[in-house]
Design a protein around this ligand. Structure first.
Ligand SMILES: [Zn+2]
Length: 93
């Protein structure tokens, strides 16, 4: 298993492509479109040859999409009211 990973690593290096670890690190920025066009191209080429990273990227993309659809965190109004009362009481004392 280890030897296989090492061979893959060398192979990607020789092809001038990022290794699996690097694809892993680039994943977020890759999906956010924040990478250099050149690196995006390299990551895409890696994905074409690497089943592991393909699977990883599919599940990562789902997580990423979910995170994008979440509403921004807000304080609920009841909490705000309690906090306001608490703070104003504190001011009286
Ligand atoms: Zn890979």
């Amino acid at each position: 298993m280890f030897a296989k990973t090492l061979i893959m690593k060398l192979m990607f290096r020789m092809m001038g492509l990022p290794t699996c670890e690097e694809v892993d690190q680039f994943a977020y920025d890759f999906l956010a479109g924040r990478l250099d066009a050149k690196i995006i191209h390299q990551v895409e080429r890696h994905l074409k040859t690497c089943k592991n990273c393909q699977k990883f990227m599919v599940s990562y993309r789902k997580t990423y999409a979910l995170a994008q659809n979440l509403p921004p965190p807000t304080l609920d109004s009841e909490f705000k009211e309690k906090m306001f009362k608490f703070l104003s009481k504190k001011g009286d004392a």
